[in-house]
Design a protein around this ligand. Sequence first.
Ligand code: GLV
Ligand code: MN
Ligand code: MN
Length: 418
Amino acid sequence: MTMATLKTDPARLERFLTEIAAFGATKRGGVTRLALSDEDRDARNQLREWFEAAGCETKIDRMGNMFFVRPGRNRGLPPVLTGSHCDSQPQGGRFDGILGIIGGLEAVCALNDAGVTLERDLIVVNWTNEEGSRFTPGTTGSGVFAGKLDREAMYALTDREGLTFGGELERIGYKGETDFDPRPLHANFEYHIEQGPVLERREKTIGVPKGIVCLRWYDVEITGVPNHAGPTPMNERKDAVYAFARMASEIFEIGLASDNVVATVGEVHPSPNSRNVIAGNLHFTIDVRGWDETETDRVCADIEKAVRTHAEVSGTDVDIKRTWEVERAPFNAGLVSMIRETALELGLPALDMVSGASHDTVYINQFAPSAMIFVPSIGGRSHAEVEETSWADCAAGADVLLNCIVKTCNDPEGVEYA
Ligand code: GLV
Ligand code: MN
Ligand code: MN
């Protein structure tokens, strides 16, 4: 077995992470860097500058996915891919996604410092619109790349202001003219923060997920009757907020009663959203996830039923639509073992787990051997401005990534992971 010997530079990694966090920085230490916003564009420009200074060539495809290529000795061999996303949630954290790109950048810089030329090309990717918060669904860049989402349909997506994905992509100057297709890929690693409390509670530095949970998204539209908050008798109301409150409460209870499926009402838009008007309309979203597909579908069926029942009881109409679904993603066992062994070689305590968050690797995993590397989230907090990971843990995960890159990029022709 090769001993892991290469190390990343923790100070440089911290500097990259700190500098990129300025793009979309919020007052409370987080970032709002929504997909295809000015902040996203500025962060992209910065990434490009750093990768090119580190000797990489940049390719941008028609979805705005950015690929930074570090040439290997044998350019005919299938390359190794790593990376994540640089878009964020509104008032999100400064590690979600970007850590995986900066981890890849730091790996490139560490390889340059050590004067190492790898056999295979190494490609660090920035996938467009992972979060799906401005344009739904998420993981659109990787989904189109994988052939699972339709590019034209994604261009036509609109945000709440009515701006289109395609128009915004063009506006920020990241609509590439051709596609870049480095397939087949030899291996794909995504380095990411855990976004949950498990690693911290178990006092482990490296999380080794065996896969990613399945996911279902819904958009729900309740229609009641708008009316005056004063004169309208209580028993004559068709109140969209009341209907919603009943639905949201039962959705929580259904999730709570399930062993391993979680259910979240995240977005709520009552209309007209005025204190002295009974809301005539309300739009909300539901996010359901679990490792067990059958149990997840059972929970979804219960939720759909509850939504219809509460609409009826409250005298409102409801339209519930499933807007996205992704199957669970079991990773490549050989690469999962490699991550676990590499952590061990580096003296880092590791833990087998499942990813409760979704990632671009869901789609890449469908056609290329893939696995992920996790580091702890302080307090288990993510998708929030307080999201935090210690610099030491950021560097530890980057070391695991770097050494997994070296191993896979130096595999001779014919090696396959199973
Ligand atoms: C992506 O951030 C997700 O929703 O898991
Ligand atoms: Mn992410
Ligand atoms: Mn996220």
